[in-house]
Design a protein. Structure first.
Length: 228
C-alpha cells in the first residue's frame, strides 16, 4: 500500500457526547468520512482508529478496517499525531507513503477534494503535508481591563480587512518519510488547498449539528454522492 486513509474517532466527547455516531440524513457521522475515502480510487485502504465498540461495529459494517487504540491514546490529552505514529509503527502491516487524515467531525467533502490533495502532494516533491484551509476576515481586537481595543478603525469595511486562514478540519495529508518518521507533525513545508468557509462545518458544539443540517440541505448537490 502507498496511500491509506485514517479516520480518528474516540468514543468520548465532553461537549458533544457520542458525536462521531450521531446521524446526518440517517447516516452516522463517521460513515460520511469512510464513504469519502472509499470513493477516492487513489486510497488503498481505509482505517478507523477508535477505542469504542459502537464506532468499531459501525465502521466495520460500512467497510472500513478498525484499529483499536490503547487507553493512553484515547484521553483528551492525546494528540492526533501521537495516534498516527502509533498506527504507523505498531498497527500497519507495512510502511506506507502517504497518510490521508480525515476528521469525522468535518463530514462534508466535495467529490474531488481528497483526490486533488493527493495529486498536489505527489506533484510537490518538497511538500511534507497538505492541509485544507478556509479564509476569514474578522474585525479583531483585545479587551484590557474591560476596555475594547480594536486592531482596526471602526469604520473599516469587512472587505478591506486582511485575510486570516484557519484549518478547515476536512483534509490533512502526511508524507510519512518527512513527518511521522522524523517526528515532525507539520514537517517543514505545508502546502494548502483553499476551501469555502461557507460550505464547511466542524462539529465542536451541539449547535453545530443544526448548522450541519442547514449546510447540507443548502448545498446537497455538492455532498449527495456521500449518501449510502
Amino acid at each position: 500500500m502507498s496511500v491509506i486513509a485514517i479516520i480518528p474517532a474516540r468514543g468520548g466527547s465532553k461537549r458533544v457526547p457520542r458525536k462521531n455516531i450521531r446521524e446526518l440524513q440517517g447516516i452516522p457521522l463517521i460513515v460520511w468520512s469512510i464513504r469519502a475515502a472509499q470513493l477516492c480510487n487513489q486510497i488503498d485502504e481505509v482505517y478507523v482508529s477508535t477505542d469504542d465498540k459502537d464506532i468499531r461495529d459501525i465502521s466495520i459494517k460500512y467497510g472500513a478496517k478498525v484499529l483499536m487504540r490503547p487507553d493512553v491514546l484515547s484521553s483528551d490529552d492525546a494528540s492526533t499525531f501521537d495516534v498516527l505514529k502509533y498506527i504507523y509503527y505498531e498497527q500497519l502491516p507495512s510502511k506506507v507513503k502517504l497518510v490521508v487524515l480525515l476528521q469525522p467531525t468535518s463530514p462534508l467533502r466535495e467529490k474531488n477534494l481528497i483526490q486533488d490533495g493527493i495529486q498536489i502532494m505527489l506533484r510537490s516533491e518538497y511538500a511534507d503535508r497538505i492541509m485544507e484551509v478556509n479564509e476569514l476576515k474578522l474585525f479583531t481586537g483585545k479587551v484590557r481591563d474591560g476596555i475594547w481595543e480594536g486592531n482596526y478603525p471602526e469604520e473599516t469595511r469587512s472587505q478591506d480587512l486582511p485575510a486570516l486562514h484557519i484549518p478547515s478540519g476536512r483534509l490533512y495529508i502526511y508524507r510519512c518519510s518527512s513527518t511521522i518518521e522524523k517526528n515532525l507533525p507539520e514537517g517543514f513545508v505545508t502546502k494548502v488547498i483553499e476551501g469555502s468557509y461557507e460550505t464547511n462545518i466542524n462539529i465542536d458544539y451541539e449547535s453545530d449539528f443544526d448548522k450541519l443540517e442547514y449546510v447540507y440541505n443548502k448545498y446537497k448537490n455538492l455532498y449527495s454522492h456521500l449518501l449510502i
